[in-house]
Design a protein around this ligand. Structure first.
Ligand SMILES: Cc1cc2nc3c(=O)[nH]c(=O)nc-3n(C[C@H](O)[C@H](O)[C@H](O)COP(=O)(O)O)c2cc1C
Length: 146
């Protein structure tokens, strides 16, 4: 079964709510294995058909746990070319972390990225959570049809 991996970090729970909505959307599509985690090894990344990263913006940056996953994958030479990649995250004023993740997924790993990323100012409300659900469902649909 095609696997959709959702990896996220969240200090105060805002990005976590978004991650859970992405999972709900993905689970609405039959035939996809959906996994939500804080961390995935390079082997796990290699086995996924699509990877979605959730990162809040702290100090204008992707948070360290997410950076670590990306750096390990780059070092291990994980092949992610052509796989679907997406990003989302909560922010307070600048919100560049999900954009940076997408840039890495596209330019470093050659992933097929879904743009723009979903960015939410602080606490996500229903319409924004719906957007996250739609993203999860869209990606699940794409990998199930492959
Ligand atoms: C120490 C600190 C630094 C932050 N730096 C940024 C920043 O550079 N840009 C930004 O947009 N938001 C920044 N924020 C706001 C967070 O991104 C925001 O609170 C977000 O909702 C946190 O998401 P989380 O609940 O998933 O951790 C910062 C917050 C804190 C506490």
């Amino acid at each position: 079964m095609a696997k959709l991996l959702i990896l996220y970090d969240s200090q105060t729970g805002n990005t976590e709510k978004m991650a859970q909505a992405v999972v709900e959307g993905a689970q609405s599509v039959p035939g996809v294995e959906v996994e939500l985690k804080y961390y995935a090894s390079s082997d796990e990344l290699a086995k996924a058909a699509a990877v979605v990263f959730g990162t809040p913006t702290y100090h204008h940056e992707i948070t360290l746990p997410i950076k670590q996953i990306l750096e390990e994958a780059a070092k291990a030479g994980v092949k992610l070319e052509g796989k679907i990649g997406a990003a989302f995250g909560s922010y307070g004023w600048s919100g560049e972390a999900p954009d940076k993740v997408l840039e890495i997924l596209k330019n470093r790993f050659g992933m097929k990225t879904i743009e723009p990323p979903i960015k939410v100012l602080y606490d996500p409300k229903q319409p924004q959570l719906d957007e996250c659900r739609k993203l999860g469902a869209r990606i699940a649909q794409e990998i199930v049809e492959k």
